[in-house]
Design a protein around this ligand. Sequence first.
Ligand code: FDA
Length: 300
Amino acid sequence: MNLLNNLVVATLPFVPKPIVGKVASRYIAGVTLTDAMNKVQHLNAQKAMATIDVLGEDVFTKEQSLQSRDESIAVLNEIEKLKLDSNLSVKLTSLGLKIDPQFCMENSLAIVAQANAHNNFVRIDMEDHTCTDDTLYVYRAVRERYSNVGIVIQSYLHRSVDDVRKLASEKALVRLCKGIYNEPPNVAIKDHVGIQRNFLKLLRILFEARCYVGIATHDDVLIDGAIEMINEYKMGPSQYEFQMLLGVREERRKQLISQGHRLRVYVPFGRDWYSYSVRRLKENPQMAGHVFKAMFGIGQ
Ligand code: FDA
């Protein structure tokens, strides 16, 4: 099965887009804002909170960045209108980070200001290591003016211990995850256990500082380790939350909710679903089977 998965990963660029779409549809809410709202309504009914992401990254024109900004603002307005339990996640490269960090900051400020007007919250996702400094710069500039903004830290990065110590001293609202990008060894820890160990180390630093953490993982070792720490620090359910991606480990998600933990689901939607879907498929150990089934119409 491993060999087959590797083969599918290597050939994924040649798999017809509709097939990728079919297999990946569990990971994305759909293409339209209405699709996203329907999905969030469904999640809220299951006592899960949500964070909505308008798919898109690496935007290289100001027009596209402004369009992304407006789409994010429209999401916030719709959440408010429908009274949904959801906040917003944004990727700064979709708001012009690679064009001009200052321009990106203005776009981010506009989004966070709108969220603030609705008493809502914006999470700034973390992208590959070439974006880390600029992302933290924009985050801090926005955070100076608004408190309803949070950041993401990736436990695979060597630098993250220093970043987390600083963020903990600033009482930042941090989402902690492993990190999804394929980074070089001089930048990132490459072994699975090392990344897990660092995740729990960073979580402890944040808990020690009584920061509110979004514990973003589907890994049982990390979920169980986090629960042990939550008990050790006697933290109530309002002092942290678990976070998972749409379509991943739904049984564990339901179990955490039934045990009284707050849990938020990351709900991506939009026209740019393809690259996100490919990333998710590459992570999924059962991917080869799913892709082959979809290609040959088995069990669909
Ligand atoms: P791991 O990958 O080991 O997964 C644990 C288990 O979960 C697997 O064994 C499998 O059973 C299941 N699983 C995982 N992925 C699956 C899939 N696609 N399909 C089916 N089963 C799957 N990264 C980043 O760099 N910047 C960011 O801003 C974010 N933001 C973010 C938000 C949220 C809410 C989550 C949950 C994750 C992110 N990530 C992220 C992604 C994160 O860095 C990481 O790549 C993934 O969560 C996978 O790591 P896990 O800790 O889940 O472990």
